[in-house]
Write a protein that binds this ligand. Structure first.
Ligand SMILES: C[S@@+](CC[C@H](N)C(=O)[O-])C[C@H]1O[C@@H](n2cnc3c(N)ncnc32)[C@H](O)[C@@H]1O
Length: 339
């Protein structure tokens, strides 16, 4: 039996669980942090096969998971909890020798776990060093994961790619760069990283729903020429940028020569079905093989159905490459497509 701890964006765990149930109808699921973190157990498969299957056909809402090696009752005595953590770290000595190991500790809000994440990490570091491992925060070969629920402690050791994300719980962090125009910029930065799609690969972008200019500024930084479309004003810092043209108009009224752009990005706050129609109408303005990155706004009650309908519509004009609810997506998911 394979046991994992799974995590989604807050409020989206029911959909992550639904996606898993569709793959493994016999799966056992139990919530740990409501709406966000849950335990999953699947009979008749091993951890490797399960992860392989997930990576081949990645769920949209499951952000992170780690295989549970041990589930321990959470003692009320801090010394006993500390001893359990040290003992688990010590039990890994043969596996971690010579490896770079990251320790990721996450706590449910209602957990009685007596330590901060940093304190728990510090307790386990000596056992890893003694085993000949090096401890790191990024770029690890192995991740030692600890999740503390209300009364249980779950621990595991896995390769970063087997966790779907090498960030703790899939919570991707970017340094808040000086002069960042909007938080929305993180969505495009995360899409670039998650989809392994360096934006420097493109030359000319069309940005629909561009104001105040977070995405536009990322594209300009990557050296692209940008046509930004939005009736609203762009941030002052972008005025007169030599590589930027701002069209203050409705995206439904655009017309460009065939093959003008090799990238279309769209973060428009509008009905997602209208948005799909507009993006599809603009397909002729894209060169063959151009990429399209769109946030699908989940403004209706049935997100799974909304996504299925929208993808079916987009598929008439594009190849769908990836669909993912990124950590920086709120009530939306991000899709990458190619013409
Ligand atoms: C979430 S904001 C975009 C944020 C932007 N991606 C950034 O990084 O700063 C959504 C934008 O969509 C624009 N929008 C909504 N409907 C539009 C339409 N029909 N045509 C063009 N822009 C539209 C709004 O004016 C708003 O500025």
């Amino acid at each position: 039996m394979s046991v994992f701890i799974g995590t989604s964006n807050p409020g989206f765990a029911p959909y992550a669980m639904e996606e898993l149930r569709r793959r493994w109808p016999g799966i056992t699921l139990s919530g740990l942090a409501p709406g966000e973190t849950f335990k999953l157990s699947v009979d008749g498969t091993d951890d490797e096969a399960l992860v392989r299957q997930l990576r081949r056909d990645e769920p949209i809402f499951l952000r992170h998971l780690f295989p549970v090696r041990e589930e321990l009752a959470l003692s009320e005595q801090a010394e006993e909890v500390a001893a359990a953590l040290v003992s688990f770290a010590g039990s890994l000595s043969a596996e971690v020798r010579g490896a770079k190991v990251a320790i990721q500790v996450r706590k449910a809000q209602d957990s009685t776990f007596p330590f901060s994440s940093a304190e728990a990490r510090d307790l386990m570091v000596p056992a890893l060093l003694e085993a000949g491992a090096q401890t790191v925060s990024r770029g690890a070969d192995l991740i030692l994961s600890v999740y503390t629920a209300k009364r249980s402690l779950y621990v595991g050791l896995s390769a970063p790619r087997d966790n779907l994300s090498d960030w703790p719980g899939g919570a991707v962090r970017f340094r808040r760069e000086e002069g960042l125009i909007s938080r929305a910029a993180f969505k495009l930065l995360e899409a670039e990283q998650t989809f392994d799609l360096p934006l420097t690969r493109f030359a000319s972008a069309l940005d629909l729903g561009a104001a105040p200019g977070g995405w536009t500024s990322v594209l300009l930084e990557r050296g692209l020429r940008v046509t930004a479309v939005d009736p609203a004003a762009m941030d002052e810092s972008l005025y007169d940028h030599p590589m930027l043209r701002h069209l203050r108009q409705n995206a439904a009224e655009l017309n460009f020569a065939p093959g003008t752009f090799d990238l279309l990005v769209c973060d428009m706050s509008w009905d997602p079905h209208h948005t799909a129609r507009i993006v599809k109408q603009l397909a002729p303005a894209l060169s063959a093989g151009a990429s399209v990155i769109v946030t699908l706004k989940l403004m209706y009650k049935k997100p799974m159905q909304t996504i299925a309908d929208l993808l079916a519509s987009y598929e008439e004009s594009f190849d769908i490459k990836r669909v993912k609810q990124l950590f920086h997506n709120r009530d939306e998911v991000t899709v990458w497509m190619r013409k």
